[in-house]
Design a protein around this ligand. Structure first.
Ligand code: G1P
Length: 315
């Protein structure tokens, strides 16, 4: 059963320990990438893919997220009184982006558990899952293509990227379905990126045990049957209920549950839970920023030149 996809789930209950002490009093999703909190990029991506019914699964200390997507009349009045039109638009836009619902995860039992918490809200429809740590360049386009693939094939669809083998243990990793020595592709003229049928998935395998180096990058379009599978899924890697383990069952029971297709996304993706990637995301978005982009580019050039000269002087 496939349907038009309008709902998106955004799990945002993580503790953000990798960014302590910055995340001691604010959720990691509120750390800014240039001038917007990371979570806003994810919400905008969902909206670009015509997903307007959003459910955030949050935890304790996450009220700043709710406040961010709400109206702040006193701030709006103050900006209006000072004639700060563009800032007023930016502030209003965050509360008008989408219909955002919130649900607490309760016990932090893993991503699979967070997804299962959305069962009642989602009902019998296919839905998207966007992990807040991943910021994806042209993410709206990727999600639109994933939804189109889901409608075309009836499969649950995940986005993957090739990563160096020494990094596979940080990700869910897929085993493509091999036919006559090569991965079974989804065929069609209008499929922009390589897309392959998946036989199996493993959460955070050791490099020597990974079935490939294709890693899940935090975007999913799932059939509602995933809920019934998650209800039966036992704790896996890290003692947590893993979404990857439920996907393994969807992939293995392709005839009954539609199977799993992986889109190999060639664009850039940043894991904002990782300090280096977080900084890279800030730089890339700053260079593309309409207000400061030119100045950032110029400064970066100078700075890179100074660093190279320093390296040359040392060497
Ligand atoms: C989660 C998923 C993993 C996926 C990753 C992408 O792991 O469990 O399969 O590859 O997100 O960012 P986490 O990074 O939350 O540990």
């Amino acid at each position: 059963m496939t349907s038009r996809v309008t709902k998106a789930l955004i799990p945002a209950a993580g503790l953000g320990t990798r960014f302590l002490p910055a995340t001691k009093a604010i959720p990691k999703e509120m750390l800014p990438v240039v001038d917007k909190p990371a979570i806003q990029y994810v919400v905008e991506e969902a909206v670009q893919a015509h997903l307007t019914d959003l459910l955030m699964v949050t935890g304790r200390n996450k009220t700043p997220l709710e406040n961010h997507f709400d109206r702040v009349p006193a701030l709006e009045d103050a900006l209006e009184a000072r004639g700060k039109e563009s800032l007023l638009d930016a502030v209003r836009r965050t509360s008008e982006l989408a219909d955002v619902h919130y649900l607490r995860q309760g016990d932090p039992l893993g991503l699979g558990h967070a997804v299962l918490r959305a069962k009642q809200h989602v009902g019998e429809e296919s839905f998207a899952v966007l992990l807040g740590d991943d910021i994806i360049q042209s993410g709206g386009e990727l999600l639109r293509e994933m939804i189109a693939l889901h409608v075309r094939t009836g499969a649950s669809v995940i986005a993957v990227q090739e990563v160096p083998m020494e990094q596979v243990s940080s990700y869910g990793v897929v085993a493509p379905h091999i036919v006559d020595g090569s991965a079974e592709a989804v065929v069609g003229d209008d499929i922009p990126w390589p897309s392959v049928w998946v036989d199996g998935l493993v959460e955070k395998p050791a490099a020597g045990e990974a079935p490939s180096n294709l890693a899940i990058i935090g975007r999913y379009v799932l059939r509602p049957e995933v809920f019934e599978v998650l209800e039966r899924t036992s704790p896996g890697r890290g003692g947590e209920i893993q979404l990857t383990d439920a996907l393994q069952e969807l992939a293995a029971r392709r005839d009954e549950l539609g199977g799993v297709v992986a889109v190999v996304y060639p664009g850039r993706r940043y894991d904002t839970g990782n300090k280096l990637d977080y900084l890279k995301a800030n730089i890339e978005f700053a260079v593309a920023h309409p207000e400061i982009g030119g100045a950032v580019r110029e400064w970066l050039g100078e700075y890179a030149g100074a660093l190279a000269a320093e390296g040359g002087a040392r060497g």
